[in-house]
Design a protein around this ligand. Structure first.
Ligand SMILES: [Ca+2]
Ligand SMILES: [Ca+2]
Ligand SMILES: [Ca+2]
Ligand SMILES: [Ca+2]
Length: 484
């Protein structure tokens, strides 16, 4: 049904489909009940009700829309300077399908249309289009919502995936986990294996809030077919104007009547015997030494190799955030070999290690190196960063390997309410997750609760982890939870 007006340059077309009243029945129910049946029926045919915006000349925007149903007596164009659906301007444009509107100097305008019938009952809004005005030239252009599929990208890794968005997002409502009161809402990102089920992991956001890394907890992804979903919702990834993700990258938010506008990617991880270099996930607070587990004061941060029986030579770089972790030294552990290179750049946060003449590795997970490290006293509480293994070469590049990146959260292990102290409330929160009453901790909505409170490091939250915290609160000696 799209037809361009003759005066409109064709290159400037963009299309956006209706926000669908039928897809959100609970929100719409109250107002819909006041409308004529004819109009309700019309707006419930979603795929045919769309609005387009086109650039025309400086500070003017021509809007066009489709309305192929019968029964509309006219249309009202609504515009405002925020994407809230409460618009400051309403113009009754009559029974036409386009309108050219001179725009004020506000940097962004958000507009939508409603149809009305003979009784002046209005339909729900169409989709919304955003028009930005260049502050120097005054020229109008469409401002598409954020996406990962058109100008962004999603890339699977050995231990999860990376997502890069087209524009910065607002991170305030993001969560993978939540408490029973449900205020965090459903998980905004999920990774589900067809046979292995939901993958437990954590999100580390990029410093520019334009991307993130999903890190599986405990090792690389098992062979399976995975479905990755990034939710398009108002409490998920929204742009700086509050508009949800354009999951399918077609320039519209929330456009799929049946399935919403979530981003989805299905990818397959095949069986592999290639060696894996791993560094784990942990929580330690400001000023604490990092020994994993804390009960072994020489443990440091172990760097492990699995499937390593053919490995003779290892070369890699570890990237980390030196404001959150001080690495003091690197030493060989269980495997034997020659540490021919060890450089620690504490300013850039880069460690380069080369181990030659390696013997003693098997296919079981074996500790190759230990990093002696501590958390700086001024590291911001609750901050986190990825321990990024890169430039990996096994046997001088002759053997393909995989990297299993790690995660550090700046928090005392088990301080699940993030108040910087141990109390019985921390134990209660661990218990609630162990009983599956909560899926995680409200203070850490993007971090797998295992990372924050698995005191005995067995990969599960259970009654023994609760007991450990209870004993610590009673000031008993608990080597798993170091003092601070
Ligand atoms: Ca959320
Ligand atoms: Ca879309
Ligand atoms: Ca606490
Ligand atoms: Ca445990």
């Amino acid at each position: 049904m799209m037809t361009a007006a003759r005066s409109i340059p064709a290159y400037a077309w963009a299309e956006a489909q209706a926000e669908l009243p039928c897809s959100r029945p609970s929100r719409r129910a109250a107002s819909a009940s006041n409308r004529s049946n004819a109009l309700i029926a019309m707006v419930c045919i979603p795929v045919l009700w769309g609005m387009h915006s086109v650039e025309s000349h400086a500070a003017d925007a021509a809007f066009q829309w489709d309305y192929p149903q019968s029964g509309a007596s006219g249309f009202a164009l609504y515009c405002g300077t925020t994407s809230t659906r409460s618009y400051s301007t309403r113009i009754d444009v009559g029974n036409v399908l386009s309108f050219a509107l001179p725009l004020s100097e506000e940097p962004v305008h958000f507009c939508a249309v409603r149809a009305y019938d003979a009784a002046r009952e209005e339909s729900t809004f169409s989709n919304e289009v955003a028009v930005s005005l260049d502050k120097d030239t005054g020229a109008a252009a469409l401002l598409p919502p954020i996406n990962v599929s058109a100008q962004g990208s999603v890339t699977p890794t050995a231990t999860g995936f990376r997502a890069k968005f087209s524009l910065p997002f607002d991170s305030r409502q993001l969560n993978l986990f939540g408490s029973q009161d449900g205020r965090e809402g459903a998980a905004d990102v999920t990774l589900v294996g067809a046979t292995s089920g939901a993958v437990a992991g954590s999100l580390v956001l990029d410093a520019d809030n334009q991307g993130f890394t999903f890190l599986k907890t405990g090792g690389v992804l098992a062979p399976d077919t995975y479905t990755l979903t990034i939710a398009s919702r108002y409490d998920s990834f929204v742009d700086l104007f509050g508009r949800p993700l354009d999951g399918n990258g077609d320039g519209r938010s929330g456009d799929d009547y049946l399935f919403g506008d979530d981003y989805r990617l299905v990818f397959v991880v095949g069986p592999s015997n290639s060696p894996v270099l791993s560094i784990g996930e942990f929580a330690r607070g400001p000023g604490q030494a990092v020994n994993l587990p804390a009960s072994d004061s020489t443990a440091g941060i172990p760097v492990r190799i699995s499937n390593g029986s053919s490995v003779r030579d290892v070369d890699f770089t570890l990237g980390y955030d030196p404001t959150l972790l001080s690495v003091l030294d690197v030493g060989l552990a269980n495997a034997s070999g020659t540490l021919t290179r060890k450089s620690i750049d504490e300013v850039a946060g880069l460690i380069h290690v080369h181990v030659a003449n390696v013997t003693g590795l098997t296919d079981a997970s074996t500790v190759l190196l230990r990093l002696q490290a501590q958390v700086p006293a001024d590291a911001p509480y609750r901050s986190r960063h990825m321990l990024d293994l890169r430039d990996l070469k096994f046997n001088d590049g002759a053997l393909t390997g995989r990297t299993d990146d790690g995660l550090q959260v700046v928090a005392y292990l088990g301080d699940t309410d993030a108040d910087g102290k141990y109390s019985s409330f921390d134990a209660l929160l661990i218990q609630r997750v162990s009983l599956r009453l909560d899926s995680g901790f409200s203070a850490f909505p993007l971090i797998d609760p295992i990372v924050l409170s698995d005191t005995n490091g067995n990969g599960r939250l259970e009654s023994s982890d609760v007991l450990t915290m209870q004993l610590k609160v009673l000031r008993r000696a608990v080597p798993e939870l170091p003092d601070f």
